[in-house]
Design a protein around this ligand. Structure first.
Ligand SMILES: [Zn+2]
Length: 502
C-alpha cells in the first residue's frame, strides 16, 4: 500500500516536472523569437561623399550670425528690430543664390519662411526648421565667459558665442546647404520650406505659431518636418557605449496647474485646526508622495531601434515587456537619470501664502508643473490630481497658455523617418539611432496639426566638452563640425526632396 502511494506520488511529481519543463521550453522559445524579431537589424548603408564644403568659411558665416544679438528684449520675447535687421541683411549677403531662387516671406515682421518650389507642386512639401533668437548671456555671467558671447571669436578651431549651439548653427547649416545645392544646379521634386522663427526661446507664440497659421490658411500639409532636438551623442543611454543618433519623435506635454485654498481670514490667537497654508501644503505633499506611475511604452521604440547595440540581456527584456515590463519600469522609472523619460513628472514650483505672523491667511496659492508622458492627457492628469489630493477645499485649474498636450510621437515606420534615418546613416556613419520623446518643447510643436511626421534632430556630434552649454556660460562649437551639419542638410534635401522621400 505505502509503496503504491509512493509510486503514484512520484508519477504525479514527474508529470508536473515534465509540464513545467515544457512550459519553460515554450516560454524560452517565445522570448527568443520576440527578441530576434522585434529588435531592428538593419543593413549598413554605403556612405555618400557629401556636398563639398569649406568648414572654415562656414565658421566665419556662423560667427557673423552670432554677432547679431537677437536676444529678446523682454520676457514676452519682443524682438530687437536692429539685431534682426542685421541678421536678415547678413543672410541675404551670404546666400545670394538662395535669395534669388527661393521665395522669402517675413512673417509677423521677423520670422523667415523660405519656399524652394519643387518641380512637382502636387507633392506635399517638407520643412526644415530652426530659430533665429537666442537667450541672453546675463551681465552677471559675462566675466565667466572666456570670450565674449556676442563677438563670434574663433580660437583654435572653436567658435565661441551665444547661439553657436542653440541654434544659429542650424540656420546657417540649412542655408549653406541650399546655397551649395543651388550652385550645383539642384532643384527638388518636392517643395522644401525653411521656417526660422524669431521667439522660440519664449514659446514661439509670435513666430512659429504665425508661420504655422499661414501654412494652415494655405491648406498646406507637410510630408515631413525636422527641427532642433537630439544629436549624435555618446554615453547618454544606459549600457550603450558608442555613438547614437537621438531623434526626437515627440514632445512631452506641458501643464501648469494653479492651486488655491481660501479660508476665512482672522486673528492667529483663535486659529482653526488647519489654515489655508496647512491645507494646501498637505495637498502638495500628497502629490509628491504619489507620483504618476512609471511607464515603459513610449521608450520601447528607442530600445527596439537600438537593436543589437544594447547588450543581449537588455534586448531580451525590452522585447518581452509581458515578462520583464515591471522590472524595467522599476529600474528606469526610479533612476534619477532616466525617470523623466518614463513618468509624467510633478514639480511643485511656486508657493505663496501669508503676510503677517499673527494673521490667518485668507488664501494660499501654489503652482505645480507637470510634464506629460505620451498616453497622458491634460484631462487625465487633472483627474488623477483630483483623486490623489482628495480634498474639495483645494481648487485648481490650468494656467492660461501653460497647458499643451503631448506632441506625437510621430511614427518610425514611414518614408519621412526612413529618409531622415538614411541621411543620418550616410553622413554620420552606420550608427544606431534612437527615437525618443523630448522632455522640452520646440517651435515644431506649433505644427502638430500640419503634419504627422515631425522629427527633432540637430546634425551635430555632441562632444561632452561642449554639449550641454546651450543657454550656459561658454557656449561654443568646433568649427570643423559644421561641415557635416551642412552635408547632412544637403543630403536630406536631396532625399526628402524626392517623391519617395527615401
Ligand atoms: Zn533652441
Amino acid at each position: 500500500m505505502i509503496l503504491n502511494i509512493s509510486w503514484d506520488l512520484l508519477g504525479i511529481i514527474w508529470l508536473a516536472v515534465r509540464v513545467i519543463l515544457i512550459i519553460l521550453a515554450i516560454s524560452s522559445v517565445l522570448i527568443l523569437v520576440r527578441t530576434f524579431t522585434l529588435t531592428r537589424r538593419r543593413k549598413p548603408l554605403a556612405p555618400v561623399e557629401g556636398l563639398p564644403v569649406d568648414a572654415a568659411a562656414i565658421g566665419e558665416h556662423l560667427a557673423a550670425a552670432i554677432r547679431c544679438k537677437t536676444v529678446p528684449l523682454d520676457e514676452q520675447g519682443t524682438p530687437d528690430p536692429a539685431a534682426f535687421k542685421q541678421l536678415h541683411e547678413l543672410l541675404e549677403k551670404l546666400y545670394p543664390r538662395v535669395h534669388a531662387a527661393l521665395k522669402l516671406e517675413k512673417v509677423n515682421g521677423y520670422s523667415l519662411l523660405y519656399t524652394w518650389q519643387g518641380t512637382r507642386p502636387e507633392l506635399q512639401p517638407v520643412q526644415m526648421m530652426a530659430h533665429q533668437d537666442v537667450v541672453a548671456a546675463g551681465p552677471e555671467t559675462l566675466s565667466e565667459w572666456k570670450y565674449p558671447p556676442f563677438e563670434g571669436r574663433i580660437v583654435d578651431g572653436i567658435l565661441w558665442g551665444r547661439g553657436s549651439l542653440d541654434i544659429k548653427n542650424q540656420v546657417i547649416g540649412v542655408l549653406e546647404a541650399a546655397e551649395g545645392l543651388l550652385a550645383q544646379g539642384f532643384r527638388p521634386e518636392r517643395t522644401i520650406l525653411f521656417a526660422f522663427g524669431h521667439d522660440e526661446e519664449t514659446g514661439g507664440a509670435n513666430g512659429a505659431r504665425n508661420v504655422a497659421k499661414l501654412l494652415r490658411e494655405r491648406g498646406i500639409r507637410l510630408a515631413g518636418v525636422v527641427d532642433e532636438g537630439g544629436g549624435v551623442v555618446a554615453g547618454i543611454i544606459p549600457r550603450i557605449k558608442g555613438d547614437v543618433a537621438l531623434i526626437g519623435t515627440g514632445e512631452k506635454g506641458y501643464l501648469t496647474l494653479e492651486f488655491t485654498v481660501q479660508c476665512a481670514p482672522g486673528h492667529s490667537s483663535a486659529p482653526p485646526r488647519q489654515t489655508a497654508i496647512g491645507i494646501l501644503a498637505r495637498a502638495m505633499v500628497r502629490l509628491e508622495e504619489k507620483p504618476f506611475p512609471p511607464e515603459i511604452k513610449s521608450a520601447r521604440p528607442l530600445y527596439w531601434a537600438l537593436g543589437t547595440a544594447v547588450p543581449f540581456t537588455a534586448q531580451l527584456a525590452w522585447a518581452n515587456p509581458w515578462l520583464f515590463g515591471r522590472r524595467l519600469e522599476r529600474v528606469f522609472g526610479n533612476s534619477d537619470e532616466t525617470k523623466a523619460y518614463f513618468r509624467t513628472t510633478t514639480a511643485v514650483t511656486v508657493f505663496h501664502a501669508g503676510d503677517e505672523d499673527n494673521t490667518l491667511p485668507a488664501e494660499a496659492k501654489a503652482l505645480v508643473n507637470f510634464r506629460l508622458l505620451p498616453g497622458m492627457t491634460i484631462a487625465g492628469a487633472c483627474e488623477r490630481v483630483r483623486r490623489v489630493i482628495d480634498d474639495e477645499r483645494v481648487q485648481f485649474k490650468p494656467v492660461e497658455g501653460k497647458a499643451n498636450e503631448v506632441v506625437g510621437p510621430s511614427p518610425v515606420e514611414c518614408p519621412a523617418y526612413e529618409g531622415l534615418s538614411r541621411a543620418v546613416q550616410q553622413i554620420y556613419g552606420p550608427i544606431p539611432e534612437a527615437p525618443f520623446v523630448m522632455l522640452g518643447g520646440t517651435d515644431c510643436g506649433h505644427y502638430r496639426d500640419l503634419s504627422d511626421y515631425i522629427y527633432r534632430f540637430t546634425p551635430l556630434v555632441m562632444d561632452p566638452s561642449f554639449s550641454g552649454l546651450e543657454h550656459g556660460i561658454g557656449e561654443r562649437i568646433p568649427v570643423a563640425s559644421m561641415a557635416k551639419t551642412v552635408q547632412f542638410y544637403a543630403h536630406l534635401m536631396q532625399v526628402w526632396g524626392t517623391e519617395s522621400m527615401t
